[in-house]
Design a protein around this ligand. Structure first.
Ligand code: PHE
Length: 398
């Protein structure tokens, strides 16, 4: 005779294992019996009661094994709710439908079976939690285990950028000559960048092609990005009377398209010395001293006439070619000389803008191009290398 309370087949289907929502459907199919009373199920004898509870326990065991193997947090949660949930968990329903309505002579027996089932389920729960935790810990230990044979973390040392090194070297040379280092604004007024440097309106340096002008609000004084560090000559002389001995390292901007010899941003170091009796000899001596300190004792200098609106006389300082020693090569176009920087004696017209007595004071100024001097010193052939941050380039200056 087929057992009327036989619980449905407990073999897990594949879908069952992967869809937690199906658990409830399967559960209710198998556990329809827990919604009926023992009387309705025809269970009377204590053997029948035991068999019924054994069946439930077996179902629990197989479901638990399946979930433990799958170890999906959401499914596990659903599983325990289905069995232990206060409102409609299996144990609650057994209490409601089997225990409470059972015959007085059955009650003790059913109660004992139920308690046994409860403590079994509770014990399994404790054991399952411990097992899952232990497994997780094992995985973590395996994952975190340190491999002592791996090479250590090496932190590559950085180095100062070649331009920064040139700045520091030039600053060192002039500090040793008694100069101070000052900095000025990169955003300038046309007055300081041009007018006070004796660069009149029509001068090509004021052409829009060369200068970045800022959009100024209506009525506001126009601003520009300084095209050279020379504005700091004026700003310094406005603030202090001679003696003045300063250098001004900084960024300057010009509207140029970037290529091997041009950039819209580059660096200069301005120099200015003004005092009571500074002569052209002091100027020449200072320039020669600087060039020898920077490029080496063998290098010779020459001054070639040039023009700047704020110096008179103006010169270009040339050095014997650092690549061929003056014999003539491609870099110096066979001349044996290369141009280093512009300089000159301060034009008395500039003193007029800063309230210096042009009869009493004299001085000289120079404007060093940091990129150019670095290029000559290290034989770098492309200006863009400075700005590309390629470690293969930068590493060579470590
Ligand atoms: N300011 C000039 C330039 O940028 C260089 C210079 C500075 C020339 C000081 C003479 C004296 O081209």
């Amino acid at each position: 005779m087929p057992c009327p309370y036989m619980i449905a087949d407990v073999r897990p289907s594949v879908r069952y294992a992967f869809d937690s929502r199906l658990i409830f459907i399967k559960m209710s199919e198998r556990l329809q019996k827990i919604d009926q009373t023992l009387q309705q199920l025809g269970v009377g004898t204590s053997d029948q009661v035991s068999a019924l509870f054994a069946e439930v326990r077996e179902l629990f065991n197989s479901e638990e094994a399946l979930h433990r193997k799958e170890n999906d947090a959401a499914n596990l949660q659903a599983f325990w709710t289905a069995w232990l949930g206060r409102k409609s968990g299996v144990l609650t329903r057994i209490t409601e439908n089997w225990l409470k309505p059972s015959q007085p002579e059955q009650k003790r027996n059913v109660g004992q079976e139920l308690n046994a089932l409860k403590s079994h389920i509770e014990a399994v729960r404790v054991e399952q939690t411990a097992a899952i935790e232990a497994a997780a810990e094992q995985t973590a230990i395996a994952r975190e285990r340190e491999d002592l044979s791996l090479p250590g973390v090496t932190r590559p040392l950085g180095s100062r950028h070649p331009l920064r090194q040139t700045f520091e070297e030039i600053e060192r040379i002039f500090l040793s000559l008694g100069y101070s280092v000052v900095a000025g604004p990169e955003m300038e007024t046309p007055y300081y960048n041009f007018e006070a440097l004796n660069i009149p309106e029509h001068h090509p340096a004021r052409d829009n092609m060369d200068t970045f002008y800022m959009a100024a609000p209506q009525g506001a004084a126009p601003l520009l990005l300084r095209t050279h560090t020379s504005p700091m000559q004026v700003r310094t002389m406005e603030k202090q009377q001679p003696p003045v001995r300063i250098i001004v390292p900084g960024k300057v901007y010009r509207r140029d398209n970037p290529d091997a010899t041009h950039g819209f941003i580059f660096h200069q170091i301005e120099g200015l010395a003004v005092d009571t009796d500074i002569t052209f000899c002091d100027f020449k001596g200072t320039v020669e001293y600087f060039v020898r300190e920077f490029l080496g004792p063998k290098v010779k200098t020459r001054l070639r006439p040039s023009y700047f609106p704020f110096t008179e006389p103006s010169v270009e300082v040339d050095a014997t070619c650092v690549f061929c020693g003056g014999r003539g090569c491609n870099v110096c176009k066979q001349s044996g000389w290369i141009e280093l920087f512009g300089a000159g004696m301060v034009d008395p017209a500039v003193y007029g803008f800063v309230n210096y007595d042009a009869k009493k004071y004299s001085g000289f100024a120079f404007g060093l191009g940091v990129e150019r001097l670095t290029q000559l010193k290290y034989n770098i052939n492309d200006l863009q290398l400075y700005f590309q941050n390629d470690v293969r380039f930068l590493r060579q200056f470590a």
